[in-house]
Design a protein around this ligand. Structure first.
Ligand code: FES
Length: 103
């Protein structure tokens, strides 16, 4: 059995202030799932900062591809044809500096 395609829409500070919700709405419309949902074809949810805030909005698929400057109108068609870039994990950039200083 094929594993569902794991779609993670970044909802960190930068992406969250831009179109994260609209991108998730587009993903939900096509997949028929709400954030946190899974079926045989898709596993959909939000995720934390990918580290590529300057290229927001970001969507990570199967932890291997990243879709940068993602747009609600095109994200699912790009995912379907695999037009993402290889996802190289970076430390998140939306770290709360105040929290770090309290450690
Ligand atoms: S908040 Fe989305 S990549 Fe940093």
């Amino acid at each position: 059995m094929k594993k569902p395609t794991m779609i993670r829409v970044c909802n960190g500070k930068t992406c969250g202030c831009r179109q994260a919700k609209q991108i998730m709405a587009a993903v939900e419309q096509v997949t028929g799932l709400a954030a946190g949902g899974q079926n045989d074809d898709y596993d959909v949810d939000y995720r934390s900062c990918t580290g590529y805030c300057e290229r927001a909005n970001n969507v990570v698929v199967d932890d291997t591809l990243i879709y940068q400057h993602a747009q609600p109108a095109t994200i699912m068609s790009k995912i379907r044809v695999g037009l993402g870039l290889p996802y190289v994990k970076l430390p998140p950039k939306d770290i709360n500096v105040d929290e770090l200083l309290e450690l």
